[in-house]
Design a protein around this ligand. Structure first.
Ligand SMILES: NC(=O)c1ccc[n+]([C@@H]2O[C@H](COP(=O)([O-])OP(=O)(O)OC[C@H]3O[C@@H](n4cnc5c(N)ncnc54)[C@H](OP(=O)(O)O)[C@@H]3O)[C@@H](O)[C@H]2O)c1
Length: 335
């Protein structure tokens, strides 16, 4: 799958093109992999702007990169044999032949499908899960028993944050975009899940609903969305509260100048700390995170919620569901 042009606003199906080629025979040091699962993630929208941010933009007409998990079909590399599972950034395609290279550009990793299900390496046991772990513990400095407000709470990152806090003895106020997402979050132990779309229609809005749910305020806000949710969070953080600024998905398709929350002065008055982060700079925490996650998943204390779409032709519609919210947990394409 290639990007045909840089989208304006919400991407459309005709911003993308599908091309057909056969993977080459592997030469020395190369493997041919048939992808089984592809990941679509919000950061990809930032790579569709033609502008270099922390990652370079997608090249028009070139196969796009993205998380993938696949099975080795042919190998000319001593570390890999036919049938091995491998994750990489050679996603948005069914198969590939590439030189094995362990670098941030390829993110190639031989994975153990018995440790975690292969698709979990793209979700809860992969980049989004690590993002939750790093944001919560390293950036926000979560301490057992604290209260955490989470936006995008039913998404891949947010749902992991919520469940880690519950597994570690804290209280969670979760913000999500539908009653069914709120119901699922509460089934996972979240203390109060708020449908932010409904809350916005009430007098006093989201700020007041959070205040009613948590009159003493929250210690941490895990920021995934921005805008009105950041404004409501600033109103409800306790003095010396912390914000882990993970993402602001509410702005990714914006075609107008984004308006900052009107209450940023609260950062001063409450002595708040805000820190942004990019997970790629924290890869060294992956072994610790997976060691913590494995027993929590095995005992059901954490559940990996996945929404599947089937077939490469569903990759673009699945990507768009990240922004419409028509999915719960991690969005995965099954090939
Ligand atoms: N800093 C890092 O290194 C890093 C790494 C990974 C992800 N992130 C960021 O973390 C955030 C969550 O990522 P994810 O992978 O968990 O995403 P995800 O699974 O795709 O979840 C995204 C959710 O965000 C909500 N949403 C989408 N557009 C929205 C809008 N305009 N206003 C309000 N809510 C909206 C939707 O849920 P509702 O139905 O509840 O609205 C959607 O399901 C994103 O901001 C992403 O960029 C950052």
């Amino acid at each position: 799958m290639c990007l045909a042009r840089y989208p304006k606003g919400l991407p459309r199906a005709d911003d993308f093109t599908m091309t057909q080629t056969q993977p080459a025979e592997p030469k020395a040091g190369q493997i041919t992999v048939k992808n089984q699962f592809l990941s679509v993630d919000p950061y990809m929208r930032g790579r569709m702007t033609g502008i270099t941010t922390y990652a370079p933009p997608y090249e028009l007409g070139e196969p796009m990169s993205g998380g993938a998990a696949g099975i080795v079909l042919k190998s000319a590399h001593p570390d890999f044999k036919k049938g091995d599972w491998v994750t990489s950034l050679y996603g948005w395609r069914e198969a590939y032949t590439q030189t094995v290279e362990y670098s941030p550009v390829t993110a190639m990793e031989k994975i153990d499908p018995n440790a975690f299900a292969p698709e979990h390496y793209l979700g809860i046991a992969g980049m989004p899960g690590l993002t939750a772990y790093v944001g919560l513990y390293e950036i926000a400095g979560y301490q057992r028993g604290e209260t955490v407000l989470v936006s995008g709470a039913a998404g891949a990152v947010g749902s992991t944050v919520c469940q880690l806090v519950k597994a570690d003895g804290g209280k969670v106020i979760a913000l999500a975009g539908s009653d069914s997402k709120c119901k699922w979050l509460e089934s996972r132990g979240v203390d109060i899940a708020i449908n932010y779309k409904k809350a916005a229609q009430t007098s006093g809005g989201l700020s007041k609903i959070i205040k009613n749910a948590c009159p003493d305020g929250v210690h941490i806000y895990f920021e995934n969305v921005g805008g009105d949710m950041l404004e409501a969070a600033l109103n409800n953080l306790q003095p010396h509260g912390r914000i882990a600024a993970c993402g602001m998905i509410g702005q990714y398709n914006s075609t107008v100048q984004n308006i900052a929350p009107s209450n940023l002065i609260q950062i001063v008055g409450k002595s708040l700390k805000i820190q942004g982060f990019i997970v790629y700079n924290y890869q060294q925490f992956m072994p610790d995170y997976r060691a913590k996650l494995a027993p929590l998943l095995a005992t059901g204390q954490i559940e990996a919620n996945i929404t599947y779409a089937d077939g490469l032709d569903q990759a673009v519609p699945a990507f768009l569901r990240l922004f419409s919210g028509e999915k719960t947990g991690k969005m995965i394409i099954r090939l």
